[in-house]
Ligand binder design. Sequence first.
Ligand SMILES: CCCCCCCC/C=C\CCCCCCCC(=O)SCCNC(=O)CCNC(=O)[C@H](O)C(C)(C)COP(=O)(O)OP(=O)(O)OC[C@H]1O[C@@H](n2cnc3c(N)ncnc32)[C@H](O)[C@@H]1OP(=O)(O)O
Length: 194
Amino acid sequence: MSRISQPWPPVEVEPATVHPEAPKQGSHLGIHFGECFGCGDEIEAGLHLHSTVGEGTTVYSKFTVTSAHQGAPGLAHGGLLACAFDEALGSTVGNLLRRPAVTGKLETDFLRPVPVGSTLYIATKLDGIAGRKIYVSADGRLDAEDGPVAVRARALFVRVEFEHFSTHGDPEALQKLAAAHEKAKRAREWDINP
Ligand SMILES: CCCCCCCC/C=C\CCCCCCCC(=O)SCCNC(=O)CCNC(=O)[C@H](O)C(C)(C)COP(=O)(O)OP(=O)(O)OC[C@H]1O[C@@H](n2cnc3c(N)ncnc32)[C@H](O)[C@@H]1OP(=O)(O)O
């Protein structure tokens, strides 16, 4: 029996269409911001989540729980697991649709404890779009792609304009992102940041 009672998606949606210039199946999705707690390589205690594009509207992500992520001794903190899903879901939305969007709502079901040292295999898929609202969900399996499901998540992302980040965010960090984007473009790497 599902632990989430509401139907999903909760409203009528159009199927999500992958942007024609989105990274293709098998592509590894790079770090979108070095200081991102979810994926960045500049945050030692961060989650260092890695993602690869799968078939259709699916993205596969991996995250290994370290002692920096504990709640109870030896077990992952639920909030950090939610963070991993926010990152995996957000990365799926941003990379496959190539439009900026932010998390409006994120719900999680924690089905099994996730010990330090284990790796969560997160499979995310776009479930549909209604106007600016993007529905997306994921399963996180323990230690293998076909391992037992430990965490499930569903989220609503809301499409925003770039001004969302320039108005509310850190201009210096945005400049750093723009510089990284330019560098990636010069190197002919695929990059999503505007
Ligand atoms: C530097 C540029 C980068 C560009 C992108 C590159 C992508 C890179 C690739 C990958 C990266 C991604 C990896 C990151 C992953 C982590 C993501 C995060 O953690 S994001 C941070 C946490 N989230 C926030 O801080 C949002 C804070 N909230 C807001 O700013 C607003 O509330 C916002 C934008 C969500 C909505 O505000 P409104 O004024 O624009 O729009 P309204 O009308 O309120 O909502 C639009 C629709 O959504 C529904 N809605 C909004 N929130 C809802 C909720 N909580 N529950 C249900 N419905 C909700 C509303 O009912 C409305 O629906 P109706 O169109 O009328 O049908």
